[in-house]
Design a protein around this ligand. Structure first.
Ligand code: FES
Length: 321
């Protein structure tokens, strides 16, 4: 199969389906019919779009399938062009370079039951998780919020699960989902998985206080609205161990900005601390983490950081670059 050893796959779009209003599903297969690298529920692909953008889209099909990947893409009207490109340019027969599946939103295999909270296009990884739970005969329930039924991907297939699924459509309820009463019903052995727009994730975080942090899992699609408001107090110095260079990061630039301005061509995608593409090993110094992907343990260890948003809590950081 093409590219497996290098984490890159050249795949063909074999189907494009309009799943709901402003939501398309892309089916991707190896052009020679080979099996694809396996994935776990919650995983995503990094896809290089033909317009030079790199985007991450969650796998939404049954993780037992080895012959295809299916990703869901919601059109972001105020987005930066990735979803618009997919909706307008990607057709059956388009070839796309994608990463092997990566997972930052894992199901806890030991959890005896799961509560899924999905908002809008956030249903895509959860649709795969639900199929895994069914296959493993693990109890689950889903609350799925969308602006209206027409925008709810997988509405018909999910509705067949009866009481396991509760829909909340803003236009029918006169407002957004109130997560507080829902989180009050979480059982002691239940894990909570939330994926959706930043306000939904923030609401779940705000009301999940009584639940142990290791039982609440999040996947962000966009950075929270208050992210840009985090003050940057001052500059700091980065020492690059492999390149034997020292650079200054001023308050108004990220580490990634400074490295690019100094001739480094480093991988990045979201530039918002969401995707892990720019993850860099920290050799010494104390990072000030501002991302949304590292676990509490990884933050505490301080051995890795997202250089697109995170900064330094010590005067100098030594990076493995
Ligand atoms: S580029 Fe996405 S986390 Fe840095």
């Amino acid at each position: 199969m093409s590219g497996a050893a290098t984490d890159r796959l050249n795949l063909e779009v074999t189907d494009v389906v309009a799943e709901a209003r402003d939501v398309v599903l892309l089916e991707l297969r190896d052009p020679h019919g080979h099996a694809l690298p396996p994935f776990e529920p919650g995983a995503h692909l990094e896809i290089q779009l033909g317009n030079g953008l790199v985007r991450h889209y969650s796998l939404t099909n049954d993780a037992r399938e080895r012959e295809r990947y299916v990703v869901g893409v919601g059109r972001a009207v105020q987005g930066r062009g990735g979803s618009e490109y997919v909706h307008q340019q990607v057709r059956r027969g388009t070839r796309l370079t994608v990463s092997a599946p990566r997972n930052h939103f894992r199901l806890e295999p030991s959890a005896s039951r799961s509560l899924f909270i999905a908002g809008g296009i956030g249903i895509t990884p959860i649709a795969s998780m639900v199929q895994w739970c069914d296959a493993q005969q693990r109890p689950w329930r889903l609350v799925y919020a969308a602006r209206c039924a027409q925008r709810a991907a997988f509405y018909e297939s999910l509705a067949r699960h009866g009481e396991n699924v509760r829909f909340h459509f803003d236009d029918q309820h006169g407002g957004v989902l109130d997560v507080a009463p829902l989180l009050a019903t979480v059982e002691p052995d239940e894990h909570v998985y939330c994926c959706g727009p930043a306000p939904l994730v923030a609401a779940v975080k705000a009301h999940a206080g009584r639940i142990a942090p290791q039982r609440v899992h999040f996947e962000y699609f966009t950075a929270p609205a208050d992210a840009a408001a985090t003050p940057t107090v001052g500059g700091f110095t980065i020492e690059l161990r492999k390149s034997a260079r020292t650079l200054v990061v001023p308050p108004d630039q990220s580490i990634l900005d400074v490295l690019e301005a100094n001739g480094f061509a480093l991988p990045f995608s979201c530039r918002e601390g969401l995707c892990r593409t720019c993850e860099t090993t920290v050799c010494a110094g104390e990072p000030e983490h501002r991302d949304y992907v590292l676990s509490a343990d990884e933050r505490r260890d301080g051995k890795t950081m997202m250089i697109c948003v995170s900064r330094a809590a010590s005067p100098t950081l030594v990076l493995d670059l």
